[in-house]
Design a protein around this ligand. Structure first.
Ligand code: FMN
Ligand code: SF4
Length: 391
């Protein structure tokens, strides 16, 4: 990981506070432009998906637009199931119109008529207000003769339904299980039709890029991580909450700002992310060139047992694995039982090396991102906090 480009700490107010953004005016202005010009702007901005995987958003729109199959869909992924992530809820609560406009401009750009927000089941308390605002927004779209409308579909509380292909299955009324890839959603997504699926925050940034221009967006961040990002900060911090920050700072800078003076590790990217110990804070860049994150930053101080942290994560993955493929279904269970056995002294400490190999094999053999990413927390916690796991 490089430090050369590490940025200073910088709070940004693009998503929540930006005073000169009236979403409906952004829509009006951009409906005067050619769809391809909007897509080119999003490509030029360098915006990468904020849901975790970081795929370039403009390219996703372009690939979907280039497909000949009809109809096309725009899906907003508001499942937000990653432990420690709570920023999409806040965005949908405070600035939903910016999400709607991002979806509408995507629909206009790619030639889709239907947009659907897949809303985490636990966020159903937002439904009434969102539906009311959508009713008004859909009417405004009609008045502008834009053949596009947005509806909401409620999720049912499964973490795996945030994975895009499982999300499509769930939306189609089936059990939420990931599909094989390829085909990718841009060619065969919802109802096996070309689909753009973007995270809530990604869609807001598309609205803001259409408002401020891609050059303005590129002024923030680094070459590989353009712009800013909304972080959900939790754990041992006196100032837990939601913050929009410029990408590319070091984790050391982050901890200086948010830690309680006794931070021993930060779990970057939720349960499926990496655990970074204090000795690597300065060398770790928060961004796609270092450690990417969908937004979850969990801070642990020296009172925390990293065994308990890892145990909690493994219980979570064991519970949430859809069970479709053996490496994940059996692997999660084996890792959980494995560290329990080491902790009780029933297995030697060297058994942890076997478990690490199992986690790495899961990364290679599991069908979807859930099973593939279990190695991130497992190997990083075992490597750095082995003494807290052994008997
Ligand atoms: C197990 C799992 C859960 C996921 N949960 C979410 C989620 O809650 N929200 C989200 O936006 N992306 C989630 N993703 C990523 C999506 O599959 C997809 O990459 C994302 O919605 C694409 O949007 P983006 O390009 O704007 O980031 C998850 C992925 C996996 C493997
Ligand atoms: S990796 Fe896990 S969650 Fe993904 S398909 Fe396999 S069993 Fe299901």
């Amino acid at each position: 990981m490089e430090t050369a480009e590490a940025k200073n700490f910088k709070k940004v107010d693009i998503i929540f506070e930006c005073q000169d953004c009236k979403p409906i005016e952004v829509l009006d202005t951009n409906l005067q432009r050619k769809p391809d010009d909007i897509i080119l702007d999003i490509i030029d901005s360098g915006l990468k998906g904020r849901g975790g995987a970081g795929f370039p958003t403009g390219l996703k729109w372009k690939f979907t637009k280039n497909e000949s199959a009809e109809p096309k869909y725009v899906i907003c992924n508001a499942d937000e199931g990653e432990p420690g992530t709570f920023k999409d809820r806040e965005i949908l609560d405070r600035v939903p119109e910016k999400v709607f406009v991002g979806m509408a401009l995507c629909g206009y750009s790619i030639g889709a008529k239907e947009g659907i927000i897949y809303l985490r089941g636990e966020y159903n308390f937002l439904l009434k207000d969102l539906n009311k605002k959508l009713e008004k927004f859909n009417k405004q779209l009609k008045e502008r003769n834009l053949d596009f409308a947005i509806t909401i579909k409620s999720g049912s509380g499964a973490y795996i339904c945030g994975e895009e292909s499982a999300l499509f299955e769930s939306m189609e009324g089936k059990r939420g299980e990931p599909r094989n890839k390829p085909p990718y959603p841009t060619s065969e997504g919802y109802n096996a039709k070309p689909t753009v699926i973007n995270n809530v925050e990604t869609l807001v940034y598309t609205t803001m890029i259409c408002n401020l221009g891609s050059d303005k967006f590129k002024e923030l961040g680094t070459k590989d991580s353009r712009g800013s990002k909304v972080f959900s900060v939790s754990g041992d911090t006196p100032i837990a909450g939601i913050y929009e920050l410029e990408l590319g700072m070091s984790l050391g800078t982050f901890v200086e700002e948010f830690g309680d003076g006794d931070t021993k590790s930060v779990q970057v990217g939720g349960a499926s992310g990496h655990c970074v110990p204090r000795k690597y804070f300065e060398d770790t860049i928060i961004g796609f060139e270092g450690i990417p994150t969908g937004g979850s930053m969990m801070i642990f101080n020296s009172t925390r047992s990293m065994y308990n942290v890892l145990h909690d994560y493994l219980e979570f993955f064991t519970e949430e694995s859809c069970g479709q493929c053996t490496p994940c279904r059996v692997g999660c269970q084996q890792l959980l039982e494995g560290i329990e056995a080491v902790k009780k002294g029933e297995r030697r400490p060297s058994y942890l090396e076997d478990l690490k190999k199992l986690a790495s094999n899961m990364n290679l053999a599991a069908k979807c991102g859930l099973g593939q990413s279990v190695a991130n927390p497992f190997n990083s916690i075992v490597d750095n906090f082995k003494e807290e796991i052994i008997y």
